[in-house]
Write a protein that binds this ligand. Structure first.
Ligand SMILES: Cc1cc2nc3c(=O)[nH]c(=O)nc-3n(C[C@H](O)[C@H](O)[C@H](O)COP(=O)(O)O)c2cc1C
Length: 184
C-alpha cells in the first residue's frame, strides 16, 4: 500500500552546497539544493536559481560559479547563506569565511570548505520558477587529507544531504562499491 503525497515534495536526496558568484567586493554566497552532475563527458554540473535572488544577476554577468561543498561542521554556514540575502549582508564577512583564489575561474573559493568545484557556464535554460545554469567543470579542488595518491577516499566525505526540509549527515560506511553487482 502506498499513499500519494504532494507532488511538490520529491523525496530524493539533494546536496546542500554553498555556491560563490561574482568577484572582489561584489562576490556573494548562496545555498543551493537544486544541484546535480548532468553530463559525464565533458563533466557538466547544473544549478537552478530563481531570478529574484540577489546572486542571480551577478551570475548572469560573469557566467562562472564555484560549488563549495560543506561538511557537517559547516551546517550553520549552509543555513545562513540560504536564509539571508547578499543585498543586506556580506555573508563572507558575517561568517568569517575566507576567499581563496580559484585556479580556472575568477570567482573565489571558500577556503574553509573541503571541496570546491570551479565551473564555467556553457548553457542556460529557463523553466518555470527557476533558471538552470549548466556549468562545465574546470577544476575540482579537494582537501589533501580526503585523498590518497590523488584519488578521493569516499568514506572520508562528511557531506550534507538535504531532504526537504532537513539537513542530514552522510556519516556512514558506504553500502557497497559501485559495480559490485556485476561481479556477483
Ligand atoms: C537548503 C536550501 C536550499 C536552497 N536551494 C535553492 C536553490 O536550489 N535555488 C534557489 O534559487 N534558491 C535556493 N535556496 C534559497 C536561497 O539560498 C536563499 O533565497 C538565499 O537567501 C538567496 O541569497 P541571495 O539573495 O544573497 O542570492 C535554498 C535555501 C536553502 C536553505
Amino acid at each position: 500500500m502506498k499513499v500519494q503525497i504532494n507532488k511538490n515534495t520529491t523525496p530524493i536526496v539533494s546536496p546542500a552546497v554553498v555556491v560563490s558568484v561574482g568577484t572582489g567586493d561584489e562576490s556573494n554566497l548562496i545555498t543551493l539544493a537544486w544541484v546535480a552532475r548532468v553530463v559525464s563527458k565533458p563533466p557538466v554540473m547544473s544549478i537552478s536559481i530563481r531570478p529574484t535572488r540577489y546572486s542571480f544577476p551577478i551570475l548572469e554577468d560573469l557566467k562562472e560559479y564555484v560549488i563549495n561543498v560543506p561538511f557537517s561542521e559547516h551546517v550553520r554556514d549552509v543555513d545562513f547563506c540560504g536564509t539571508r540575502t547578499g543585498k543586506k549582508v556580506n555573508k563572507w564577512e558575517e561568517l568569517g569565511l575566507t576567499k581563496e583564489k580559484a585556479s580556472k575561474v575568477q570567482v573565489p573559493l571558500i577556503k574553509e570548505f573541503p571541496i570546491n568545484i570551479e565551473c564555467k557556464v556553457v548553457q542556460t535554460m529557463n523553466y518555470g520558477s527557476h533558471k538552470l545554469f549548466f556549468g562545465e567543470v574546470q577544476a575540482v579542488n579537494v582537501a589533501e587529507e580526503l585523498t590518497d595518491d590523488g584519488k578521493l577516499i569516499s568514506n572520508k566525505l562528511d557531506e550534507i544531504v538535504y531532504i526537504p526540509r532537513n539537513y542530514h549527515s552522510l556519516k556512514k560506511e558506504p553500502l557497497e562499491k559501485q559495480g559490485f553487482s556485476v561481479k556477483l
